[in-house]
Design a protein around this ligand. Structure first.
Ligand code: R5P
Length: 264
């Protein structure tokens, strides 16, 4: 791997543990002002010291993040659809590689929609983005989107999507946790991080999800709602870090959550 590419990836995936806790705050690119992200700056700022990377669009980066922040940026560069539009899968590349360079991105992220009418378009876009990234030493994170069909989150579908993303040159892949998740990881030659998905009922549920993913080979999490929709976001991200970086059990991490909560 080229030096620049390797250096950027190691800003995100911490060499000390080989893992990462990415904070996803890109939801507005198709969901609009998602609950607790209405004022993105207010939500993001207290979490920044605990995030290994921040995944977001250029709009929220410029408007809501201090440029003096040292947190590496994973810039979402795909979009063009909305939750109320005709087809969520019809995404295109919305931000150029030059813009990613201007914003000092450590990586760029694009969703692929395997099995939809826009499968070919989004996969070819991934390939083009990888080519552009190669020119600048910028890694590409492929997000295996499921559109509105959450039911598609099974091991066969996610293994297929992750493997295709890696074959087309993605440096790392973001997907969902599923039963037999280890097979998704085994079939994917690049690091896999998981999304948290919609807010789970309890903090312990989210910590168990992170733990299961790490135990089955995930490199980390790229979590959003289960962190910043918690009533206690900072204690939550601290406890997720304990699971991902320190191999804490979900129960041990919950104690960290409770202790941190009591100090706020
Ligand atoms: C992915 O495509 C989304 O834009 C979010 O980045 C992703 O779903 C991660 O956030 P959450 O943990 O809330 O699912």
């Amino acid at each position: 791997m080229d030096w620049g590419m390797k250096n950027r990836l190691s800003q995100i995936i911490k060499p000390e543990t080989g893992h990462t806790v990415m904070l996803a705050v890109d939801h507005g690119y198709f969901l609009g002002p998602t609950s607790k992200l209405e004022d993105a700056q207010k939500t993001i700022e207290p979490l920044l010291p605990y995030a290994d990377a921040l995944m977001l669009t250029r709009g929220i980066l410029r408007s809501s993040v201090d440029p003096e922040s040292a947190v590496p940026v994973v810039l979402r560069v795909s979009g063009g659809t909305s939750i109320i539009g005709k087809d969520l899968s019809n995404e295109e590349i919305t931000t150029s590689m030059e813009e990613a360079v201007r914003l000092n991105a450590a990586a760029v992220a694009l969703s692929i929609f395997v099995g939809t009418d826009y499968e070919r378009q989004t996969l070819v876009n991934l390939s083009s983005l990888v080519d552009r990234g190669m020119e600048y030493g910028i890694p590409v994170l492929a997000v295996t989107a499921v559109g509105k069909e959450l039911g598609k989150r099974d091991v066969r579908f996610l293994s297929l999507s992750c493997r295709i993303a890696a074959e087309l040159g993605a440096s790392f892949v973001k997907t969902y946790y599923c039963d037999e998740f280890e097979k998704v990881v085994e079939g994917c030659p690049v690091p896999v991080v998981i999304a948290g998905g919609p807010k789970l009922e309890t903090e312990l549920d989210a910590l168990k999800l992170a733990n299961d993913a790490i135990q089955k080979g995930a490199t980390g999490v790229d979590m959003g709602r289960n962190i910043w929709q918690s009533k206690f976001p900072v204690p939550m991200i601290k406890s997720v870090r304990a699971v991902v970086h320190e191999k804490a059990s979900p129960e041990e991490a919950l104690e960290i959550f409770k202790k941190s909560k009591s100090e706020t």
